[in-house]
Design a binder for this molecule. Structure first.
Ligand SMILES: [Mg+2]
Length: 243
């Protein structure tokens, strides 16, 4: 049975590159398909060109560039080679494909995630808030087999420009937690961490991600961990403060 003691916290996790290594398992193929679509629609589908563009896109992604910006950069290169396309349409088609990667039936959790969710879930409330195409994010959750750990799961629709902030508010209200008793755990400094911090939540940044070298302000990150199991210590610090 879950403890509902005064030190009980609400822990809200991100999914991509926090629980599963999306950047290495799904992104390379998704970028490749999107680049092939862009090159194909520009009638420039020679293999050496698409391979070069893919490699450039992957490098920009690994350096933390937003995907929309990456596709704009690729489109600007294609624009110099072909005059017969609309940049905005091309980027939109690439984004649509990128956001719908093939999800295998099973996906592995990152090291230490299963143990962390098991252990912390016995003492605290766990929630999951993930942004993307809801049907795709749902498939990832099923492939990871993690749904039972969370008492609330919110799928934030990226194509409707929904923000995680709304997900945070809805979970806090549904579970009756104050933001001062809530810890947001994720890899994206601008998405979950900044938006969680703005609501008054504690924030913990996981740094196994493409945002590793991103200039991150201490204002949005209260804690930083290299591996998920280090979260035990972060939670212990917060438990002590709540007593
Ligand atoms: Mg993430």
């Amino acid at each position: 049975m879950k403890s509902e003691g005064p030190e009980s916290l609400l822990l809200i996790f991100d999914l991509d590159d926090t629980l599963v290594s999306t950047s290495t398992l799904l992104v390379p193929e998704a970028l490749k398909r999107a680049i092939e679509i862009m090159a194909g629609e520009s009638n420039l589908c020679e293999k050496p060109l698409t391979a070069k563009l893919w490699s450039e896109a992957k490098s920009l992604f690994d350096h933390g560039f937003p995907v929309r910006e990456i596709f704009h950069q690729i489109a600007s290169q294609l624009e110099g080679l072909s005059s017969q396309f609309n940049t905005e349409d091309l980027v939109a088609h690439a984004l649509r494909s990128y956001r719908r990667p093939q999800i295998p039936e099973k996906l592995p959790l990152l090291e230490g995630v299963a143990e962390t969710l098991d252990f912390l879930g016995k003492r605290h409330k766990l929630a999951l808030i993930t942004r993307g195409v809801p049907g795709v994010q749902q498939k990832k959750i099923e492939a990871l087999g993690v749904a039972s750990h969370f008492c609330q799961i919110v799928l934030v629709d990226t194509e409707r420009d929904e923000r995680k902030e709304h997900g945070f508010r809805s979970v806090l209200n549904a579970l009756g937690f104050d933001s001062s008793r809530t810890l947001v755990v994720g890899d994206d400094p601008w998405d979950e961490l900044a938006q969680g911090k703005a609501l008054g939540c504690w924030t913990c940044r996981t740094v196994q991600s493409r945002f590793l070298n991103a200039p991150t302000s201490d204002r949005v990150c209260d804690f930083q961990i290299q591996k998920m199991m280090e979260l035990f210590e972060v939670v212990q610090v917060l438990e002590d403060r709540m007593r």
